[in-house]
Write a protein that binds this ligand. Structure first.
Ligand SMILES: Nc1ncnc2c1ncn2[C@@H]1O[C@H](COP(=O)(O)OP(=O)(O)OP(=O)(O)O)[C@@H](O)[C@H]1O
Length: 795
């Protein structure tokens, strides 16, 4: 179809999505290449800032929108240059060119003619013919350049196949250097522009005939593969052999001539030298993750070293606890008392235990004991000017709410605590210190390396830190397994809770969880008990079995809110996607005349159970939180200005209401069945777990353990027996990370330096400053062989 155009001026912008540059606007028509009688036309597309005084030429197609009628869908556009003498004089004497009046504008047009603008764009020297003073000449050329250069570049980007959305992003990143960067190193885009991957950049490179072994190509392939492997495994480093083999496949799949492993080695060294990746013991890590692990270790050491323990005696703590026990109607066991004793005396305490072992009960006792020992009030109203001494936080809104409910004290998400919106670039973020004396983090196993690094950077020396969690659960979604690594390092006071308290006489779920955790496979797993049962079925049978279970569960009083189906993978007949559709039709069937909204393959209905897929820090709703669709408002009932955004979907996450337009629906999915990863941090009265042999790749002990510990009162397991046995047997769910070693090294090295007689005090102080350790200068010191003070001095 031939391209059509509209020339006109923007009259109004109805809708704008700044992150995509998408706009819907009303344009006053000056000229069209097709029949158009109305004075105005609606134009949609991706546009940068548009000047309402200026006419533009929009290229694209006239389309017939089923609801809004005739519109123009713009593919690319350009300022519409004035071309007759009168308009050109008006243009040059406009406010666009400060200091140039009508007389000067006339001189410009008289000298350069009707093509004055094009001439100046193509050949700035043409300005020398103009009878203008240097300052005016400069204004003229600067403005022309700023205005027309970007358009030329955007047009070139369009020709290279980038839609306006990406073209603007690229242009805003590189400005005048855009075309040079594209031609010389299109791979730069992989790093700088979200939405451009290696393959796209590689196609561009082919267009510019860059060779298969172009150094930048090799480096970009390595960088892309390193990040891909890390985000898909949660590891914080990748072994050299795997990185090289996988990258070779990526690079050589699409080209005739093949890159060799030896060529990649050179590129790896370059990347290391440039500070983008880090090499250690035949492994590679992105520099930022490597630095984060060091930073965490160092910061925790600084906290430990700068903490003056009050050294409360066990007797004193026990005495304080006596009253607390009476108030709470509880008697803390020896291990629990020890946890509270360590908590009030230590700089960092790690408290780990399975479900029902009393973690929350200990937090309550610890907070009360801490307040009494320090003479702090726990009444929030007593703190108008001073900050509250005890700060509580958790990685998700749900966990924070639970913490607040069970302690009766304010608790927030870690993001809120740190004042993060979730939008910021975190690499060089300088956060304010968190106020208060004691910081308790719950559900710590869900905190990843990046967030933990930010958290510890905001803890002032002197503040005590208590990390609470269950180290046997699945680790965080993001890279690392911080909680587990800190415990393994043995560098901190750690209390492991073993005794299970939450267990009524007929409850067997928690015992099962603890058995699974120790790798015990016995026949009792498949027996039926009042609170749990096992139903053997194949992947193909899962759907129909599940439907029968749901009907029976409903008869027993369970409903959409109290039951939850969990499965490890999305695809296949026993996968999350298929089961969600099936369960939606059983639990929330389509009623006649109910408003629905389609997004992707899902038809959302009012009453649907949904899960939030990303962190929306501003709305305080986090990845994995489960909510409901409470309303769908057709756009005709919305204010006129909002109608172009489509129907409005109202969601409720435990009382937190959010309104999403259609374009936001990528942030949610159906949640009748969710992944076990997404269910981390949540509990349900009835959990129905689906594990089949087809899920083999995912079947690990910590996955099964996490799944069944989500069940509060009833558990139904379905699937293949072998799938359950495989999961229990496979304890390889641990990730490859370096944090444990880092912590051990730092604690060991710093202690050695501190106690060493080789160094004078000022040298010791220097070594122990953040700069020395931050620059990883102690990295080569592991072992401390042949170290001299000069080794620590900056060259
Ligand atoms: N020493 C104790 N004596 C009697 N009951 C206790 C004791 N410690 C904890 N409990 C009880 O055990 C139950 C579980 O405790 P709690 O909720 O603190 O465990 P938890 O480890 O936080 O569990 P989860 O992680 O599953 O939330 C609670 O009802 C609590 O009152």
């Amino acid at each position: 179809m031939a391209e059509e155009y509209v020339i006109g001026q923007v009259r109004a912008i109805f809708f704008e999505k700044p992150e995509d540059y998408f706009k819907i606007m009303m344009v006053k028509v000056q000229e069209t290449s097709f029949d158009w009688v109305d004075p105005e036309i609606v134009i949609t597309g991706n546009f940068d800032e548009l000047d309402q005084e200026q006419a533009y030429k929009f290229w694209g197609q006239k389309v017939n929108h089923p609801k809004y009628g005739q519109q123009f869908k713009c593919e690319h556009y350009q300022k519409n240059n004035p071309t007759d003498r009168k308009s050109l004089i008006t243009y040059f004497s406009s406010t666009e060119f400060p200091g140039i009046g009508i007389k000067t504008a006339q001189k410009i047009v008289d000298t350069l003619g009707d093509k004055a603008i094009e001439t100046l764009v193509a050949n700035p020297q043409a300005a020398d013919q103009l009878p203008l003073k240097a300052d005016k000449k400069k204004v003229l050329l600067d403005r022309i350049n700023a205005t027309y250069h970007s358009e030329e570049v955007i047009l070139q980007l369009n020709r290279l196949g980038f839609g306006n959305k990406l073209a603007f992003k690229i242009y805003h990143q590189y400005k005048a250097d855009t075309l040079t960067i594209l031609q010389q190193n299109p791979y730069q885009l992989v790093q700088d522009i979200k939405g451009i991957g290696f393959k796209r950049a590689d196609k561009l490179a082919e267009q510019f005939q860059l060779p298969f072994n172009y150094p930048q190509r090799l480096k970009a392939g390595l960088w892309q593969m390193l990040n891909f492997l890390i985000s898909s495994t949660g590891d914080t480093y990748v072994e050299e052999n795997e990185l090289v083999q996988q990258t070779l496949q990526l690079l050589n799949d699409s080209r005739k001539q093949k890159v060799t492993a030896a060529e990649l080695e050179t590129s790896l060294s370059d990347l290391v030298q440039q500070g983008q990746i880090k090499y250690e013991q035949k492994c590679y890590a992105p520099q930022f993750l490597y630095d984060d692990e060091w930073f965490i270790s160092r910061q925790l050491k600084i906290l430990a070293d700068n903490f003056q323990s009050p050294n409360y005696s066990l007797k004193k703590v026990q005495a304080v606890l006596r009253q607390i026990e009476t108030d709470f109607h509880i008697s803390y066991d020896e291990n629990q008392v020890n946890a509270i004793f360590q908590g009030v005396n230590s700089s960092v305490l790690l408290l780990t235990g399975g479900p029902g072992t009393g973690k929350t009960t200990i937090i309550n006792g610890l907070v009360a004991a801490f307040a009494q020992l320090h003479n702090y009030s726990l009444d929030v109203d007593d703190y108008v000017k001073e900050p509250f001494p005890v700060r509580l936080a958790a990685p998700t809104g749900r966990a924070a709410k639970h913490l607040s409910e069970s302690t009766g004290l304010p608790a927030s998400t870690i993001h809120r605590l740190l004042g993060l919106t979730g939008q910021e670039e975190t690499s060089n973020l300088e956060l304010d210190y968190i106020s208060g004396k004691l910081l308790i983090i719950d559900e710590t196993s869900m905190v990843d390396t990046e967030l933990f690094k930010l958290l510890v950077s905001a803890i002032a020396p002197g503040m005590q830190l208590v990390l609470v969690g269950d180290r046997d659960q699945l680790p965080s979604v993001g890279a690392g397994q911080v909680f587990s690594d800190l415990i393994s390092s043995q560098a901190f006071q750690t209390v492991q809770l073993e005794k299970i308290y939450r267990q009524s006489a007929d409850s067997t779920i928690i015992t099962l969880a603890h058995e699974i955790n120790t790798g015990t496979i016995n026949e009792q797993l498949f027996h039926n008990y009042p609170d749990r049962s096992f139903i053997e079925c194949s992947a193909a049978q899962v759907g129909s079995v599940l439907q029968q279970i749901i009907v029976k569960s409903q008869q027993k009083g369970f409903n959409i809110d109290t039951l939850q189906v969990l499965a490890p993978m999305y695809r296949g007949p026993a996968g999350i996607d298929y089961l969600n559709q099936l369960l939606q039709n059983t639990l929330n069937p389509k009623a006649e005349r109910t408003k629905t909204i389609n997004f992707g393959n899902i038809e959302y209905r009012i009453g649907d159970k949904i899960v939030h897929l990303v962190n929306n820090v501003e709305a305080n709703v986090f990845n994995g939180e489960i909510g409901k669709i409470t309303g769908i408002t057709p756009k005709k009932y919305l204010p006129v200005t909002d109608r172009s955004k489509g129907d409005l979907v109202t969601l409720n996450f435990e009382g937190q209401q959010i309104d999403y337009y259609k374009s936001d629906l990528a942030k949610i999915s159906l949640a009748y069945c969710t992944s076990i990863h997404k269910a981390q941090g949540s509990e349900f009265n009835l959990v129905i777990l689906v594990l089949v042999n087809q899920h083999a790749r995912m079947l690990k002990r910590n996955l099964l353990y996490t799944a069944i510990t989500r069940a509060k009162s009833k558990l139904i397991m379905l699937g293949n027996r072998q799938a359950y046995e495989k999961a229990i047997a496979d304890n390889s769910g641990l990730r490859h990370t370096m944090l444990k070693n880092r912590v051990q090294n730092i604690f060991q090295i710093v202690s050695q330096i501190q106690s060493s007689e080789t160094f004078a005090k000022d040298v010791k102080d220097y070594i122990l400053t953040s700069t020395a350790i931050n620059n990883n200068m102690i990295d080569p010191l592991i072992g401390m062989a042949n170290v001299t003070p000069q080794d620590f001095m900056e060259s």
